[in-house]
Write a new protein. Sequence first.
Length: 318
Amino acid sequence: MEPHGRLPQGSALPAWVGSVEGVQAALEQAAYIADRPLCTVIFLALHMQRPLFLEGEAGVGKTEVAKALASVLGRPLIRLQCYEGLDLHSAVYEWNYPRQLLHIRLAEARGTTEGLEQELFSRPFLVPRPLLLAVDPPGGVAPVLLVDEVDRADEGFEAFLLELLSDFQITIPEMGTLRAAQRPVVVITSNRTREVHDALKRRCLYHWLDYPSFERELRIVLARVPGVDQELARQACLFVRRLREMHLEKLPGVAETIDWAAALMALGRKQLDAAVIEQTLGCLVKYRDDLEVVRGLDLQRLLAEALNPVQPGAAAAA
């Protein structure tokens, strides 16, 4: 019997889940470079069978955590992309009405309508959506469920998600209650476009995912952009860090750094200069006002400042 009424969490966890260091090494094999605090909360989420709630700016790698976990755990990834107006039919299940209508007409033509209603609301006519697939996976393997950008959904959906996370069961009036045989690994992300209700956060283990240090971002770029020149990657990471010090509407995330490094490599560049920065700025800056701000600066000087950052205390000493 599972302690405290918990569901079994699928097949036995791999040996690497036995330590925080093991989690960190496994994620690196999936090209996800995580720091120790993140690896610790992932380790605890797996062992405590608690959902993982990741909050942070867009592009810092929240979604990639779920993808990396699915990869290293060898489980399918089921993703529910949240948006304003998301309803239960889109998130949980709906009935295949065209197929039901066709079945009705065939039954009427054959004169075999007895028990038709029961047939119409059975599994062959059910269209499962992400949350139902997580509770009742087709292959029987507990998946990694990614509820992405939950802050974009309405508060009513939060209430349903909170209920689902408490017992991992879904009731379909025509069929009864389906309960998960094995607990999925759950990752919930938020870009904090609005505050998510405290009750949902309390159900989870919470972690704020910030922009990485220069050293870790460089490792991320080298891992995610195979073949990129190391000096080019270093310069790109330093320049992006300089942009993050500016008052822009949307600061570039790690995803933008990776895209920019790939674009620079495609152009055959080995080093940065003002011209190539201006030509590829759209990889980093995605708002017109921000583009005008950056393009209005002396890019060569901005690059020099990025590559030769003033060390703390240096200016005062001078």
